[in-house]
Design a protein. Structure first.
Length: 114
């Protein structure tokens, strides 16, 4: 019985490693093909090799999501959502007005600056 469980976990680990390797090659190939089809034509950039495409993929992963799930934007969005849900209607209205002023937008009850 223990022998079967051990084989099961070994097969599962090998399958996961193989799937990860295939995934890396597929995503790298997709990035390379998309880059080479679009970027030279649109922005006059050079063609990239498969290894350069993998580097771009890794760079975008680091810059936009880090190594944790969801990245900083996901956590920030969750924090804002929870704060919003705990606000009273008056606090929500004040928040909207404050951010409208920061972003240069008028609220409907404000006169236009002429």
């Amino acid at each position: 019985m223990k022998q079967n469980m051990k084989r099961f976990w070994i097969r599962r680990a090998i399958g996961f490693v193989l799937l990860a390797i295939v995934g890396v090659f597929v995503f790298g190939s997709v990035v390379m093909l998309l880059w080479n089809a679009l970027m030279p034509v649109l922005f006059h950039l050079p063609l990239v090799t498969f290894w350069q495409a993998l580097g771009l993929l890794l760079l975008t992963k680091i810059l936009f999501s880090g190594f944790r799930g969801g990245g900083p934007r996901g956590r920030m969005k969750d924090n804002l959502r929870s704060k919003w849900m705990n606000m009273t209607p008056e606090e929500r209205e004040k928040f909207k007005q404050d951010w409208g002023n920061r972003c240069g937008r008028r609220t409907p009850d404000q006169p236009a600056n002429t």
